[in-house]
Design a protein around this ligand. Sequence first.
Ligand code: ADP
Ligand code: MN
Length: 274
Amino acid sequence: MRQGNKKKLIVFLFFMNKKNNQFNKKQAEELKEIIKFEAERKTFARVFNYETVMAVHSLAKKGYFKELEFVISTGKEAEVFRATDEAGNFRAVKIYKINTSSFSHMIDYIRGDERFAKVQKDKREVVFAWTKKEFNNLEKARKAKVRVPLPIAFTKNVLIMEFIGENGIASRTLRVEKNIDLVEAYFTIINAMANLYKANLVHADLSEYNVLVKGNEYIIIDMGQGVLLTHPKAKDFFERDCKNIANFFSKKGMKKTAEDVYNEVKKLAKAEQK
Ligand code: ADP
Ligand code: MN
């Protein structure tokens, strides 16, 4: 298995080398060094184009991680890997896929955000901007005291962040985790929404799919689509977030309407502003 994959990846790199004529001999040698650690994952050959391989390589060289271990999640737009650094600490590495990412979906969240208004209508650029936006949003959330994965570094379409899990096992989402304190979860999320709002940010894809449960912590993830309140659709996105949260907690028996969530968040955001 290990051996087979290693061979496949070397063949893949050779192919890339030939096709793009981009890797020089030294780079190819260095990449073989990375492959040594990465042999188990066929996924790599699918996800990595030349630029992505080099982005991963440069982040590894800078010491942000040493080994990409395995895929935690495969989505339409990104793959999330568990990685370890030199000291054995876990990291989460999210790699956006350039070819399969939904360009028209992304552009909608990028163009209206004044931080990224200048992004060109080029798929690659948009995916890079999206990665940067997720990193910036995580930082902004962090400053606003919202529990999100600590952003560590990013290059192009590769984002490195704190690994949310216990003993190396990634935490489950609010959607599938059985062991939750509903009231605690609800208030944590409402508070997080209020703090984000106060920090001028709307998550814009908030739901039980994008909250991880780690013990008694409820951690908000997946912030790439988050926009500033000045985005022309910020209000719609915010209302949709309220609706998703109300739906989830109602299904669990809490009887919350989207208006309830909306009003509670607004009230908290106001109260905290004093
Ligand atoms: P997308 O939904 O766009 O594919 P997410 O950021 O929601 O990307 O991540 C997908 C999945 O990867 C999550 O549901 C979670 O299981 C896992 N994941 C994402 N970030 C982390 C992290 N920092 N630590 C642990 N697991 C993570
Ligand atoms: Mn998600």
